[in-house]
Design a protein around this ligand. Structure first.
Ligand code: F6R
Length: 592
């Protein structure tokens, strides 16, 4: 939520900051702003997309320091006045913020009496608070240490002191922030993507640390002001990976990368046998119950993973919604193991659970797409998805990558009879075949979904789990109210919603439930529903609209989900919606 980019160096940084913000736009896109400092101090901000703000920036300014922000509103509606950067009451400090401050009322009433604030944001309070604290301290460093003592909540902050054009400050607690190390410049950012054009060397922050950053050096301090020495790392991210190339939208690009992602996962995890850290495998084998914790699409991958792990290894698995688990923790078994599934590695709900798990002394694994992300650093073990950057807000390739990695993990702790390498290779080839159905799927999306207000996906077993993910994808980008339903459960109440022309899309890939689900399709048809069946060949009927080639029964989610992703994409395209940046959403959800 919210993206931050900062620069200090010799060169003019207007375009570096604005280009960096565009790479972070997936994190929030209701308003944006930049502060540019060089021959003066200039702040430009605007409601809406970054291009709106970009048009207001005076091209004649030379700025060797800049901070920028793209916002996902938490405190105060999206508006120019609420967008960042915010200035302190005396115009000394300029600040951008990602996070949520919990004690803003206390801070305002205690430290800012008599100071008029112009916005509805907690961030403006922080800017003025910084000025008040620095005034009563010997220097900015000590002011920041005071600040960290009294401010409660999550924050990644980039800060400029207009009295000193040689430094940029950054402070972090529970929101992501990293330093980009350059030659005669340094940067700050919410993730590597906003800096990768300029540098591939990065230094992460930990919570309750701050940094003083010059153009040639930087120092990280802990909250007591003690210097922290931390090694840099080189990111393997390629700046081309975050470009659209020939595609009109990232979502389409990412849908069509899924066969390559499965092959990449095989190449990363297979070397004459699957290779996964032995200590991790022992922890899993010795545990009496696996708990998977995740949110949204990653949760949906988790429930498919449960089925795969339980079937292959017989080990019981519970899957928890992160935001529920943290404050509503169930009774745990004697020797549990925890798996966090998170594309971004930054989701605040999941991170809150991991903190709790760490406090309880349990071991954990993070399955993530982002090396060096917070959940990766804080868990005992990490398995990477190797899916390449996922830029579209709606997750597609991360979902299939998560299921593929979970299947490898399940295989490694079991004696299940399967040639998993061969079966996953077959999945990759079958996904390639699904791409060729896209024009047909596009027509279905138009005829079934162009003017409907609601829609149902139904299935049983793994098909039900895919139905849940398919429904989330359709609602989040097309805004059609969609439910993913257990096909057999429909008749226990929800069938009351079926009326003439309501689309009901059934997923059928299992011979055990084929006839039952087809019975449910008939039931809704006889009440007027407009039905469509996505099936796999061995259980298909000639009249099924979308028929996919067969894969191993435990891996069907990896292929049945692909047409549903296309359906969502084309439904949103037909409605003229902003596919990669759906309303109200953000890719990296770093607030609880
Ligand atoms: C939906 C989507 C979200 C994320 C969820 C968790 O398309 O992308 O539901 O899956 O916010 O995010 P991660 O996986 O980064 O923890």
């Amino acid at each position: 939520m919210c993206g931050i980019v900062g620069y200090i160096g010799e060169n003019d940084c207007k375009d570096i900051i604005i280009d960096g913000l565009k790479k972070l736009e997936y994190r929030g896109y209701d308003s944006s702003g930049v502060a540019l400092i060089g021959d003066g101090e200039y702040v430009f901000k605007e409601k809406g997309r970054i291009v709106n703000m970009e048009q207001t920036v005076n091209r004649d300014i030379f700025a060797s320091i800049g901070i920028g922000h793209t916002r996902w509103a938490t405190h105060g509606r999206p508006s120019k006045i609420n967008s960042h950067p915010h200035m302190s009451y005396d115009n000394r400090f300029i600040l951008v913020h990602n996070g949520v401050i919990e004690n803003e009322v206390y801070l305002r009433d205690t430290y800012l009496k008599g100071i008029d604030l112009v916005s509805e944001t907690d961030t403006e309070i922080l800017a003025s608070l910084m000025s008040v604290l620095v005034k009563s301290s010997c220097c900015v460093k000590v002011g920041i240490m005071e600040f960290m003592k009294i401010v409660k909540g999550s924050y990644a902050l980039a800060l400029v002191d207009t009295l000193d054009n040689n430094r940029l400050y950054a402070i972090k607690n529970m929101s992501p922030m990293i330093i980009g190390v350059g030659d005669e410049f340094n940067m700050l950012g919410s993730d590597v993507s906003c800096m990768i054009k300029e540098t591939n060397e990065f230094v992460p922050f930990e919570d309750m640390e701050f940094a003083v950053i010059g153009k040639d050096d930087f120092i990280i301090y802990d909250k007591e002001g003690v210097v922290v020495n931390r090694d840099s790392y080189i990111s393997e991210l390629n700046s081309d990976d975050i470009e659209l190339g020939q595609y009109p939208h990232y979502m389409l690009k990412e849908i069509e990368e899924q066969s390559s992602v499965i092959r990449k996962i095989l190449s990363e995890y297979y070397d004459d046998g699957f290779v996964v850290d032995n200590d991790l495998l022992s922890e899993l084998e010795n545990s009496d119950r696996i708990n998977i914790i995740a949110a949204g699409t990653s949760y949906h991958a988790g429930i498919v993973g449960k089925k795969i792990i339980e079937t292959m290894s017989n080990k019981p698995v519970d899957v928890h919604i992160a935001s529920e688990f943290v404050y509503n923790t169930p009774v745990l078994s004697d020797n549990p193991f925890f798996i966090f599934i998170t594309q971004s590695g930054e989701t605040a709900d999941s991170r809150a659970c991991l903190k709790k798990i760490n406090q309880l002394g349990y071991k954990s694994l993070t399955i993530t797409n982002v090396a060096g992300s917070t959940l990766s650093r804080e868990a005992t073990y990490t398995l990477l998805l190797h899916a390449g950057p996922e830029i579209a807000v709606a997750s597609t390739k991360a979902y299939t990558a998560q299921i593929a990695v979970l299947s490898i993990l399940a295989f490694c702790i079991s004696d299940y009879e399967i040639d998993l390498y061969k079966e996953l290779s077959k999945v990759a080839n079958t996904i390639d075949e699904v791409y060729s159905l896209k024009n047909k799927i596009k027509d279905y999306a138009e005829s079934y979904l162009s003017d409907t207000r609601n829609c149902f996906y139904i299935g049983r077993g793994i098909d039900y789990y895919v139905a849940m993910e398919a429904a989330l994808k359709l609602k989040e980008i097309s805004y059609i109210q969609t439910e993913g339903f257990a096909a057999g459960e429909l008749k226990h109440g929800t069938i009351a919603l079926i009326e003439d022309n309501v689309p009901v899309l059934a997923i059928i890939s299992s011979k055990d439930t084929n006839l039952n689900t087809r019975g449910n399709v008939k039931e809704v048809e006889s009440r007027g529903a407009n039905t469509l069946v996505i099936s796999t060949k061995s259980v298909s009927n000639e009249s099924d609209e979308i028929i996919l080639n067969d894969v191993h029964p435990l891996l069907t989610a990896l292929i049945t989900v692909i047409p549903t992703q296309y359906i969502s994409y084309y439904a949103a395209l037909n409605r003229g919606l902003d596919i990669d940046k759906p309303r109200n959403l953000a890719k990296s959800v770093t607030v609880e």
